[in-house]
Design a protein around this ligand. Sequence first.
Ligand SMILES: Cc1cc2nc3c(=O)[nH]c(=O)nc-3n(C[C@H](O)[C@H](O)[C@H](O)COP(=O)(O)OP(=O)(O)OC[C@H]3O[C@@H](n4cnc5c(N)ncnc54)[C@H](O)[C@@H]3O)c2cc1C
Length: 392
Amino acid sequence: MTSAKPVVGVGDGHQELRTRIRAVCQRFPDRYWRELDTQRAYPDAFVAAMTDNGLMGALIPKEYGGLGLSLTETSIMLEEVNRSGGNAGTLHAQMYTMATILRHGSEEQKRKYLPKIASGELRLQAFGVTEPDAGTETTRITTTGRRAGDHYIIDGHKIYISRVQHSDLMVLLVRTTPLEDVQRRSDGLSLFIVDLSQAIGHGLEVKPIRVMFNNETNELFFDNLPVPEENLIGEVGKGFRYLLDGLNAERILIAGECIGDGRWFIQRAVNRAKERVVFDRPIGQNQGIQFPLALSHTHVEAADLMRFRAAELFDAGKPCGPEANMAKLLAADASWEAANAAVQTFGGYAFASEYDIERKFRETRLYQVAPISTNLILSYVAEHVLGLPRSY
Ligand SMILES: Cc1cc2nc3c(=O)[nH]c(=O)nc-3n(C[C@H](O)[C@H](O)[C@H](O)COP(=O)(O)OP(=O)(O)OC[C@H]3O[C@@H](n4cnc5c(N)ncnc54)[C@H](O)[C@@H]3O)c2cc1C
């Protein structure tokens, strides 16, 4: 591969921060991620390097030992990790899950957990929401938490819960008041901090699910798992509201990852298009190769502007639901479009793992589905932005 002129994005500000992230990412080249992908292994060395640089605690305020960065800055961090050819899933998970404690946890919980998460002593990268019979309709979950003295006893079943085997703590959503006893379906759900080292094998069984890219995902079976009352986050019954509170931030973080993927695909494809000679000319001289790359680059850039708009509003404490949702949708679509354009540019070589296109192609496909699907974002925009009737 030649060292072609890098493709520069219109939103390529924050150069100091980008340089800092790139310096860490350079130590983890393609072959590192490729090897992990083959083995379906957790990126221990990458997480350790990010931790050593304070970056795993980027969103944690300074008073709790973190860097206290803004959401704009943290979304750039995730972008740079994906743009380097890596995968920011661990970073994203820690930021998102930790933020629930930061926003709604007691002062005691914050002091107990946040400094250790910032220092890397504890990993909080698992968030248990999805269930086999509830899926997207979260308020239908049937995993329950029933009060027994100074504990809650958890029973039920979750699916697709990531990083449980590589995390010390998990935030778990359960129903604490039966659906038939609440006024609104979103009432009666509660969030708990589960200490995984104590839970696994003592009421929590973990069954791994192999998925199409390197993401440790599991089915969880809860059978009389005791969780101390002091691990309840915020008020009992308000867990769904706490979950919703974090969604805009998560959408913006995911948009950053998608933009990073989009830029990676475009850069690799542009390099290849300049180098690969067929019919005595570089394939990139053909408009059939140029136009899909130019179009997907344009879409990545547009998504980037919406990402920064959403992040700017979020950091200013202003409402940003429409912008955060649209940023996530535009960015996920743009990265998927760029992935397809890269496959077409590489031709048969896209399918060989040594070129990494197929690995990133599998990774970026997720963002159309999880943590929120494109359909649900469109429903949000239709209902909350356009004022159309609720469709579900
Ligand atoms: C690799 C991976 C990692 C994951 N990690 C986690 C995790 O750590 N924690 C966690 O809690 N969950 C996790 N998930 C689960 C993920 O959040 C869900 O898969 C996702 O929310 C969709 O739920 P579902 O799979 O049950 O789809 P379903 O709810 O069965 O929906 C299937 C399809 O139907 C569409 N659909 C449903 N209702 C409507 C409607 N009203 N209008 C239009 N379309 C509709 C959906 O958009 C979707 O495309 C993970 C999933 C994957 C694949």
